[in-house]
Design a protein around this ligand. Structure first.
Ligand SMILES: NC(=O)c1ccc[n+]([C@@H]2O[C@H](COP(=O)([O-])OP(=O)(O)OC[C@H]3O[C@@H](n4cnc5c(N)ncnc54)[C@H](OP(=O)(O)O)[C@@H]3O)[C@@H](O)[C@H]2O)c1
Length: 542
């Protein structure tokens, strides 16, 4: 093995990572670069060309992210950190949608020759991507990654791959709410037929094919798991053999990912996709009523727990529990270990943003309430919001607020339709492999103090939810004055000003509405008087 002198799995490893420009991949790359758990010899970072920027340009932009600040400062000022020039990071132009991933042959040959760990994290996370597009990225793309991993594993010159980790989602079982085991579930259709269907057929039968699933994302991620399993294991259930033995393949399924709990920084989050967008919208008062069932258990998992579960799964790939003839599945989830109710989420957001509203973007008071999933209360709320927005837009001084409210209304409607299925159903994801991981890592001699995200028994939900709201204000809204829960309570003058200005906004809106109501009443009565006079005069003429 390449690093037999070091007990640390990641020390001297050669890693290929995809999805590094996304939420999980970026945090994972930062963890690997930090050197806390061992310093890899090289990390191949596969990025596609986007908006005119090449994969290499995008890697340079990525390195400039504040998430790498700790690594940068560890380097010292005498010798600035240039990971691409030093060969620590190797840019790999590549796209999941292209045959052979579109990786130039020389770079592919280099990967096949030296890569020891493949972390396949990239995916189309767009819930409503057209089915052919979602299939090409999430299914074909995942299979192309497996193909590359198998090539690395089959090389003869050195021992094979030490781990291939495919990042999936626990909502591959979105169609079967209830208790969910860490194993493959029955596929919704024959995965091979799905793979062979023409794009036009997929478009034509999309609704029928995905029925039972809330979106094309979960459906394609589900079928990808089955196809990966079929390609990685022979028909009789025995794993494909190579000189290095069984391909050490693990599937990690995160649930709904929240901000970092401990690392790289408490509250860190720089994406507005998924839960974070909802937390911010509710915190800023954009959404005050959402469809959901307060008593249901939801599944939120800190970002660092997910990152460490993926990295830990690679380390323990051969030790994790798996069904015979299948790969291990790790649920990076909290619902079975530390249940959290939907109401707790609303309480956490309301508590933080009521006491510490945004100093720059607060639209209305934060007052999140879960309303009946039948949609009546939600529709009424949306109706009121649009009515207020249209009136406010008519007056010069309030038209900006009106436009903001109108925009907020359409955002809330979109968010509601994307998440209502997840907020009105309940899944309890059994997470034995995740619970077992700290002791397995310890057996492997890993530095456990740097896998703190796996110590879920220490997670305190009210604190974490406060941290999440704080993270939204600091890392997304860039409000440096945000109250930080770990700092303890302190008075913040800018935040107090925001509270005062919010109250003032409310007073102004109330006065405007009262004036408007008086004006309308006056108009109604004035017209009525005119009408009566007209009738009176007409009658008197006869
Ligand atoms: N976020 C969650 O709550 C959550 C929950 C459960 C599971 N997951 C899983 O975790 C993984 C990472 O999710 P995330 O939240 O980090 O997603 P994300 O922020 O949307 O990032 C997706 C990543 O995939 C890359 N990608 C997409 N299409 C690609 C293509 N055709 N070729 C190459 N790269 C491509 C993106 O690159 P570009 O920058 O080029 O677009 C980006 O780096 C995914 O597998 C997802 O299914 C996420």
């Amino acid at each position: 093995m390449e690093n037999s002198s070091s007990p640390l799995f990641w020390e001297g490893a050669s890693v290929l990572i995809t999805g590094a420009s996304g939420l999980v991949g970026k945090a994972m790359l930062a963890k690997l670069m930090s050197g806390e758990i061992g310093r890899p010899k090289e990390v191949f970072v596969m990025l596609r060309q986007k908006k005119g920027s090449t994969g290499e340009d995008r890697l340079h932009e990525l390195i400039a992210s504040p998430i790498f600040d700790a690594r940068r400062s560890a380097q010292g000022s005498d010798e600035p950190w240039h990971p691409v020039a030093s060969g620590e990071l190797v840019p790999v132009p590549g796209d999941l949608e292209e045959e052979s991933l579109g990786i130039p042959p020389t770079i592919r040959a280099r990967i096949v020759k030296s890569c020891t760990v493949v972390l396949s994290c990239a995916a189309s996370t767009d819930f409503n991507s057209p089915l052919p597009k979602a299939r090409n990225i999430n299914v074909h793309g995942a299979l192309r990654m497996l193909q590359l991993a198998q090539e690395c594993h089959a090389r003869q010159a050195r021992s094979g791959l030490r781990a291939f980790v495919h990042v999936s989602t626990c909502y591959v079982s979105a169609n079967i709410p209830g208790h969910v085991e860490e194993r493959l579930h029955a596929p919704p259709m024959d995965p091979e037929i799905f793979l062979r269907m023409k794009d036009e057929e997929l478009m034509e039968h999309a609704a029928e094919l995905t029925s039972g699933f809330p979106n094309t994302y979960t459906f394609t991620k589900c079928l990808a798991e089955h196809l990966l399993h079929a390609r990685a294991f022979s028909r009789d259930g025995a794993a494909l053999d190579t000189l290095a033995g069984r391909l050490p393949f693990v599937i990690v399924r995160p649930s709904i990912i929240g901000c970092s709990w401990r690392s790289p920084q408490p509250g860190w989050m720089d994406s507005l996709f998924g839960l974070s967008g909802c937390v911010l919208a509710c915190g800023l008062g954009v959404a005050q009523k959402m469809r959901g069932v307060p008593e249901l258990i939801t599944d939120v998992v800190p970002l660092d727990t997910v990152v460490e579960a993926i990295l830990g799964a690679a380390v323990c790939a051969r030790r994790l529990k798996a069904e015979t003839g299948s790969m291990p599945v790790v649920h990076a989830c909290t619902s079975s270990l530390l249940p959290l109710q939907m109401q707790d989420v609303a309480d956490g957001i309301n508590s933080y943003f009521t006491q510490h509203p945004s100093s720059t973007k607060q639209l209305r008071a934060c007052n999140l309430e879960w309303v009946n999933p039948d949609g009546k209360a939600f529709q009424e709320e949306m109706g009121r919001l649009h009515w207020r927005a249209s009136w406010l837009k008519r007056c010069y001084c309030t038209r900006r607020l009106g436009a903001q409210l109108a925009k907020a209304g359409s955002q809330v409607t979109k968010m509601d339709s994307a998440f209502v299925y997840f907020w009105t159903n309940e899944w309890i994801f059994k997470s034995d492999n995740l619970a077992e991981m700290p002791s397995l890592l310890q057996e492997c001699g890993e530095p456990m103090q740097h896998y703190g995200g796996l110590q879920l028994s220490q997670l305190n939900w009210p604190y974490y939810l406060e941290l999440f709201c704080y993270g939204m204000r600091v890392f997304v809204l860039k409000e440096e004055d945000a109250f930080c829960p770990i700092d303890g309570p302190k008075k913040n003058s800018i935040t107090s000003r925001a509270t005062a200005s919010l109250r003032w906004n409310k007073v102004v809106t109330a006065v405007l509405f009262t004036l408007l109501a008086i004006f309308l009443l006056w108009r109604t009565f004035a017209l009525k008087d005119q009408d009566m006079n007209y009738h009176y005069h007409n009658r008197s003429e006869f």
